[in-house]
Design a protein around this ligand. Sequence first.
Ligand SMILES: O=P(O)(O)OC[C@H]1O[C@](O)(CO)[C@@H](O)[C@@H]1O
Length: 463
Amino acid sequence: MRPSVFSTTGTDLIDVVTPRHSLLSGRFKQSFAYIALQARMPGIMQQVINTLRFREYDLEDLYGEEVHKDVRMIIESIERLKGELQRDRQFQLFHGNEPDKAEWNAFLSELPRPKRSFFRASWLHAECYLYRRISSFFENSRHLQNFDYFADLKKEDLQISGRAIRCLTEATRGLSKDFESFSQLMRINLWSNHYEIQLNAFIFDAPQDHKNIDVLARVADLDKRLLVDDSLLVWNCLMKAKGEKQIIVDYICDNGGFELFTDLLFIEYLIDHELVTQVRMHVKAIPWYISDVLRHDIEWTIKYLKDYNIEIISTLGKKLERLMSEKRIVIAPLSHFWTGPQSYFVMVDSNIELYRFLTKAQLAIFKGDLNYRKLLGDYIWDSTEEFITCLRGFRPTNICAMRNVKCEVICGLPEGCADHLLKVDPTWMISGSYGVIQYTDSLKCKCDGQDSACSLTLKTSPL
Ligand SMILES: O=P(O)(O)OC[C@H]1O[C@](O)(CO)[C@@H](O)[C@@H]1O
């Protein structure tokens, strides 16, 4: 039984699927957003509590007995947050040491009152707010400000993927510079987003004979579920830049663990073949959506590969370390925008520095489902709507999205495709079994978003 608070008037919960042309929201009781808020988020919060209890005595070794107070305070705060979610309470402002407090509070204060509670708000806002609140409990503790409570999961994900790591490392040495290899690597990278944390790495398992690996061919099987493949357009975009002194790719990361490993393989290819001069990896500033990459995940992953007891893998680790020290791969300056609640079309107004930063790149690659939701504004577009339209003017540079479909947000499909998929696989939008690689040109102008009359800075939708 839902608590009685749900029977208030206004924007009540309704027993329907998410209607076309609306924002995803827990209001729609037959939506994935509703299930995620009702069941999944409390589970994730419990998982954080369990991690704290499990690690409490390690933490005591690190920080002394005082840490128990922090642990108690954080667990109580998470329990309270669970209650707020369950009762669909209003979002609260932040009052502590959060570095992005001002931006969050401005955002929350401007939300219309009926859209300021967990189930009535847009799902994107509610979900981001929950992850932000959880982090704030740690940030406001005495000893655990920098504790990444999801770190063990990310590490474990890489540790259990040994066979897949070996197999892919072997299969990707000495690849030639051609569209076929480029596109295969892109697709490997795309499908790794399906498995993310606790992946079933078996799909990339090598046959017994490690010398004769055709792992890339295995990807072809998954490719049957690739609904849009713009990898040729991405390749052409990089080809067009050939000869330029500086070719930068901004890589907006998603998950750590095995997915990050495949990101690094793809980035290595881009650099080896001089398709780019520098890759700037954008990571999250706080623990985010369980498995998202933080700065220390990249450092840990490279060290893990470097220390591997199989030479080909440790050589790869050393090479990645060198590419970082040569600044061919860099970690972009941290931006709290990536862990904010906002869709990307508002970036030009709310974070012009980041927008301008992206304009310096030849290409920005956005990985994963959450980035896709933010690119499309967490909105149910017609499935055939063009990618470029759905970006609503967010065009700081050429944009590529690589994403496994994990929620109802989608665009750019051929006519009839969504209806067909619904018939053959009713869970196609949430299973993560389908993927898209979508691309659009920026049609860059010279103003870098500084000229308010520039059409690229105008938002084209009344949403
Ligand atoms: O790691 P990814 O691909 O961004 O996926 C996480 C996303 O998937 C979801 O589970 C949607 O189904 C959301 O919680 C979140 O947007």
